[in-house]
Design a protein around this ligand. Structure first.
Ligand code: SF4
Length: 203
């Protein structure tokens, strides 16, 4: 019964987080997309990236992007990685809007939890997202720092050690400043570690 209760609370939380209020000015789908494009790395800030994140069709994601571009929240640029697609980036107007995110209270509440609780909650949610089945199968997003595809090479240099970062999934170099950004190709290595720790603690 406890599992059911937790599931019901997750549903209640999810529905509450997607609820729209008059003063929010954007729909919940537009907010979701805006948050995604402000947090995602350059490989993921695409039409396909948003569709994968939202588990919607490319058509639905395209409509949301079109509206956000028309309203001056996103700009399109040709992708340097794939000539057939565009990269979407948030504008200053979007950043100003995000500064008054209606979900700021819940994000602050999560931030007030201990580091351990935050990591545990994140890993459990990742596992649960990965279990969602059906046609719209979801893939939990995450960032490079705990992704199995991050390759760190330390090379001897004249003035010390040079650290090179590479993504083994896309085969491209990474910048340190981008390591915390969301990625739709992410695959967690941390979940396994946490599961082992939780088993050891018998919780
Ligand atoms: S290392 Fe992982 S999270 Fe980082 S860009 Fe590559 S696939 Fe994405």
């Amino acid at each position: 019964m406890l599992a059911l209760e937790i599931g019901e609370l997750l549903l209640q939380l999810g529905r509450g987080m997607l609820a729209e209020r008059e003063r929010d000015r954007l729909t919940s789908a537009q907010w979701l997309a805006l948050r995604f494009f402000s947090r995602a790395n350059a490989f993921s800030r695409t039409l396909s990236g948003l569709a994968a994140y939202q588990a919607t069709t490319r058509g639905t994601a395209s409509q949301t992007i079109k509206l956000l571009v028309e309203r001056g929240y996103l700009v399109r640029k040709k992708s340097p990685y794939d000539g057939r697609s565009s990269i979407l980036s948030p504008t200053e107007k979007a950043r100003n809007r995000l500064a008054a995110d209606p979900l700021a209270t819940i994000f602050n509440e999560i931030d007030s939890l201990s580091q351990y609780k935050q990591e545990l909650l994140r890993d459990i949610l990742r596992q649960l997202v990965g279990q969602l089945g059906g046609e719209a199968r979801r893939h939990a997003v995450g960032s490079c720092k705990d992704c199995i595809f991050l390759l760190i090479r330390r090379l001897k240099a004249r003035d010390g050690v040079q650290v090179n970062l590479l993504c083994k999934c896309v085969g491209l170099p990474l910048h340190e400043k981008d390591l915390e950004l969301l990625c739709t190709s992410f695959q967690a290595k941390q979940v396994v570690a946490h599961s082992a720790r939780v088993r050891e603690e018998g919780t």
